[in-house]
Design a protein around this ligand. Structure first.
Ligand SMILES: [Zn+2]
Length: 141
């Protein structure tokens, strides 16, 4: 996607409005306009990266540290009781906006997100032989 058309690049250039909660020379944090809970925040790099495959590791570190700080603020202020940090990396993982973004999702006891129930329902069985094959495939790459 051309950066001129990228919705997050357009927000960074102030061509589109946003609910900005943090900004520095590397990252921007804004409220997600399709929140799954109140305060659902996105942390994005100022320089366009499609996803984890092309982000500068130093910038990625700054993104994750900002997600950590925002998460801490949400909990310390009493706005949330906990958070989930989430990245959809690539279209195969259902990334919908091709500009890397970290979700910080405020969570509260009794909210209806029920991530744990969803997760439990998706747990699959994998044999020990297959686990060993996967270990070989992924080790030290
Ligand atoms: Zn972009």
């Amino acid at each position: 996607m051309a950066h001129e058309e990228c919705v997050f690049c357009r927000i960074i250039r102030k061509e589109l409005p946003s609910f900005e909660i943090y900004s520095d020379s590397y990252v921007l944090a804004l409220l997600d306009i399709n929140p799954v809970s109140e305060g659902h925040t996105l942390v994005i790099p100022r320089n366009h990266s499609d996803n984890l495959s092309d982000v500068d590791p130093v910038i990625f570190g700054k993104m994750m540290d900002r997600a950590r700080i925002i998460s801490g603020s949400m909990v310390k202020s009493g706005f949330a009781e906990g958070t989930n940090i989430f990245i959809a990396n690539g279209t195969g993982a259902e990334q919908t906006i091709p500009h890397l973004h970290v979700h910080v999702v405020p969570r509260r006891k009794g909210d209806d997100i029920e991530l744990n129930r969803w997760w439990s329902s998706k747990v699959i069985e994998v044999s020990s032989d297959r686990m060993a094959e996967i270990t070989e495939l992924l080790r030290n790459r």
